[in-house]
Design a protein around this ligand. Structure first.
Ligand SMILES: Cc1cc2nc3c(=O)[nH]c(=O)nc-3n(C[C@H](O)[C@H](O)[C@H](O)COP(=O)(O)OP(=O)(O)OC[C@H]3O[C@@H](n4cnc5c(N)ncnc54)[C@H](O)[C@@H]3O)c2cc1C
Length: 553
């Protein structure tokens, strides 16, 4: 089992060891002048240093784990694998949403778990859950800690002590069945390590969310994640052939590859269960040969509506590529301004000259066998041209591919400069998508506009289906320094009500967590909630498994 880098506590990126002082950051090093001017003008924002407090000054309360419980846990897992020290608890406090980062930057880690425990196998996890059930200790599975919906909040209505179950000791490949294209892995493994292990066999897994560097395979399954290539490769839940769900009531082996018709698919109950039913302790995943060729390219549309219509045509004729990303005019403008260098400047000039100054950028990625990729690209190109698109060529596609994991690093620096930076996402049918887009933008604009300050709302479609697509929204606004948490909570509530009212789904891939649970009944209905509760009561009779997420209070 290789050691995987820890995530920094107050932002994004690898951090080791624990820093004692706040990092220096300067937006002028990161953002080109034109982008800073643009943001200042658009938002009515004046950049100002608002660095996080030093990590040493972050406050967390004493552990509430009873000594007797600690002793029992140590008997089960060993002294090294039961940790109540400040650093272990701090590193497992919450996830990486804007609100999580705000709290950590302000020095608040009152949501830290009472202890961090590290089981090493399904058997140890089963014994751990049974012990915690007996002792009344809440367990919150911890994968990569990249939840952006409060999935790790550890909230318990009965205020019992809560422990974080860190799955990093279970992070290796257990077996590889090449003829069947199946790999069996531990839940704590991350994407880069899996790709490395598969590479020597000429295989790939290909699930690439933006959190790829730190998120885990168990976390993807627990949240039904989608990656940048999900249009072609499939969402994470489509890539799971089977898994082991370890619960306080026993161990469930779910999924029977290649296929079974033996009743309803219980695997679907475990996928997206967010730690509320137990802990995923093993996964069997579908892998594929590494693509012999890959080709990324850029296109431009005069308008968002034209771009959506063209994607819909591709979807209808089964011509969607593996990677699809259509940015609206606001996101396109911001991305072009943030890209420095002569290439970006030339592109801006060329788009202006061709009447696409306010256009919408489309990035497409194709992977697979060369003749198939060529044929798909040719057919799609004809359809896109019919839809009014102009081809910008491979450089734009390659530039996107090269920078595709950079966004979260920039978020930290924008927050350092006094900005609110957050994302939200949904999915809608092709017919509802334009209305959902308008409704979300309107709600965010109304909520975040005040006294000469406006939000910048940037959107893209990044996952296409025959029936519709996902919509991803990034919001930037001048941060309210007095009530920053309230500022975002109000905007988020308005946006969620608006997108549900317009026909969008509660979430496309970020999951429910604590943040979306008030709307869960609206998404699946009261009977749906009762069914989920009944399953939970059977598998987790004492309600110790991540009680603060998914199901409404
Ligand atoms: C910068 C950034 C970019 C992101 N980009 C994407 C993206 O492109 N696509 C996407 O889908 N998501 C994205 N996310 C969200 C996040 O990465 C996903 O939700 C991811 O699946 C979480 O994995 P994790 O291992 O970090 O899980 P954690 O954050 O540790 O946990 C998430 C939830 O799952 C539960 N859980 C974790 N492991 C297990 C397990 N083994 N068994 C049972 N329950 C478990 C936890 O208790 C928690 O409720 C992004 C997040 C960030 C911060």
């Amino acid at each position: 089992m290789a050691t995987q880098p820890e995530l920094t506590i107050q932002g994004w990126g690898p951090a080791d060891p624990l820093p004692s002082s706040a990092p220096d950051s300067d937006l002028s090093d990161t953002l080109p002048k034109a982008a800073r001017r643009y943001l200042t003008r658009e938002l009515g924002w004046s950049p100002r240093p608002t660095p996080p407090v030093a990590v040493a000054d972050i406050r967390l309360g004493p552990s509430r784990l009873p000594e007797q419980a600690r002793t029992r846990l140590v008997e089960l897992l060993g002294e090294d694998n039961v940790r109540t020290d400040r650093e272990s608890r701090l590193r497992r406090a919450g996830g990486k949403s804007y609100l999580d980062l705000l709290r950590r930057r302000e020095g608040d880690a009152s949501d830290a778990p009472c202890a961090v425990v590290l089981p090493g196998s399904t058997e140890e996890t089963a014994a751990l859950l049974s012990l915690c059930s007996e002792l009344g200790i809440v367990v919150v599975p911890f994968g990569g800690g990249t939840s952006v919906v409060g999935g790790l909040a550890g909230v318990d209505p009965d205020d019992r002590p809560s422990i974080s179950v860190d799955l990093s000791r279970m992070s290796s490949v257990q077996s590889l069945d090449v003829p069947s294209s199946l790999v069996t892995v531990g839940p704590g493994m991350r994407g880069p390590a899996l790709e490395q292990a598969l590479d020597e066999h000429g295989l790939t897994f290909g699930h690439l969310p933006q959190s790829w560097e730190f998120a885990t395979l168990g976390g993807y399954a627990a949240t039904r994640s989608a990656g940048q290539s999900s249009t072609g490769v499939g969402r994470f839940d489509e890539l799971v052939a089977g898994l082991t769900l370890t619960t306080p009531s026993g161990v469930l082996e779910l999924g029977h590859p290649p296929a079974t018709a033996a009743g309803p698919d219980l695997l679907g109950v475990a996928l997206g269960s967010e730690g509320t039913l137990g802990i995923i302790t093993e996964l069997s995943l579908r892998v594929r040969p590494k693509p012999a060729t890959s080709s990324y390219e850029g296109w431009s549309f005069r308008s968002w509506v034209a771009g959506l219509a063209a994607l819909q045509q591709l979807a209808r004729h089964d011509l969607l590529p593996d990677v699809v990303r259509l940015s609206d005019a606001d996101e396109t403008r911001a991305n072009l301004l943030m890209a420095s260098g002569t290439g970006a400047k030339l592109l801006r000039g060329s788009l202006r000259a061709r009447g696409h100054a306010d256009g919408c950028l489309l990035v497409l990625g194709w992977e697979g066998l060369p003749p198939l990729v060529r044929a798909r690209m040719k057919a799609a190109a004809a359809s896109l041209r019919d839809g009014g698109a102009i081809r910008l060529g491979p450089k734009v596609g390659q530039a996107w591919k090269k920078n595709r994991f950079h966004g979260p690093y920039l978020r930290d620096q924008l927050m350092d400069g006094g900005l609110l930076v957050e994302t939200l996402e949904t999915a809608a049918t092709w017919s509802a998508l334009p209305t959902v887009y308008d409704a979300v933008r309107r709600a965010l604009r109304e909520s975040l506009t005040r006294a000469g300050r406006r939000p910048l709302i940037m959107s893209h479609v990044s996952h296409g289906y025959p029936t519709g697509a996902s919509l991803y929204v990034t919001v930037l606004a001048d941060r309210d320094e007095t009530l920053p948490i309230q500022q975002w909570l109000t905007a988020k509530r308005a946006a969620t009500d608006a997108l549900l009212g317009a026909g969008g789904t509660l979430t496309h891939h970020h999951a429910v967590g604590a943040d979306h649970r008030p709307w869960m009944e609206r998404e699946i209905g009261p009977l749906g909630v009762e069914v989920l509760r009944a399953v939970k009561e059977r598998l987790d009779p004492n309600g110790i498994c991540n009680p603060g997420v998914l199901l409404p209070e």
